[in-house]
Design a protein around this ligand. Sequence first.
Ligand SMILES: [Zn+2]
Length: 409
Amino acid sequence: MKDEKIVGSFQLMKSLNKSLILNTIRTHGSISRSDIAKETKLTPPTVTNIVNELLEEGLVKEWQTGSSSGGRKPILLKINSSNFYVFGIDISPREIRFAITDLNAQTLLYKTITMKEEMTSSRLFQMIAKQLYIMMDEACIELKKFVGIGIGIHGRIDADEGSSGFAPQLQHRNVPLKKELEKEFRLPVKIENGVRAMAIGENWFGNGVGISNLVCIKISHGVGAGFILNKKLFHGTNGLAGEIGHMFIESSGLKCSCGNDGCLEALVGSEGIKQRTLNKISLGYKTKLIERTNGMIENVNGQLIYEAALEGDMLAKDILEETGRYLGIAIMNIIHLFNPERIIIGGGLAKAKNFILTPIQEVVEQRALTEQAKKTEIVLSKLGDQATVIGAVALVLNEMFSVQYESVS
Ligand SMILES: [Zn+2]
């Protein structure tokens, strides 16, 4: 659909050249007009005209280096990143995180709102809109200074329509959140599944910068993955790609929310970790967790297990290492399917890196088919708790700066 719109439209070609120039300036940090012309193969007058437009709009600024020896110092162009802002929103089942950032994803204002009850779609929209107005006030930034709103939301998403296909805790099946926010704020709104937003965020600002084939795995209540293949976010035919939480791992008897047994999510999602811990305790394993929960062992959670493991509790350590081995099996399958250069692990479980990373690497080392596959880099998210909200910001920037070369024929 995008291709049809772009091809044959002079106006869009012009904005395509604008994106090309913007992206050239961004990737270089600073660059002269003549170097832009050389790199983009656009004519110098075209570059001058577009740069003038960008200067007028305040999107780029001129600056002079002090490094030139002798002669005239060249005038370079930079992105005026602190002159415009982006809203990033991360909607998870129990809380919504909001950020206002500049064009370098530097956060100016950050807020988390906990949702105490299930929310209907209209209340969700009203709550988001109200927060955005409050934050604009608090940051003293006018609406016209924003270039867009990015949203990462749990569940399956129709990225074009902005509808959430399935987000159970929020009761908003098929909510056109994108349309409602675009109408209210008159800004472009980009919406994506949370882990895909995280993948874009890591690719732009985190541990995935410069990586063309990248997989991000998020493990919290649920488990999902975002794939960047050949520098592009991959959705699959119906937006289902990345549902690795339902990859079959082991017939353990642990029931998954999808109705099947032995899915990755049933084993390493927060409920899965809790259930495996309770099963071991019921078999008589000794653990500090009984004391830590004042005997109410049904209240055990990932955080308590992590803390107990740090204190040397054997059961807690066993559970986390086993979690790493299950993840290792899933990661090995992903390596064989997509052969990524790097895999990034994020979400709440990433905090337990000292316990999970070695078993993951051991499984990959033992089972991957080739020497190169065994050496696939497996790292933790750099952006941590803010990975999805920064990813939401990056969705907007990706749209603003990216150039669809292959769309131009
Ligand atoms: Zn499942």
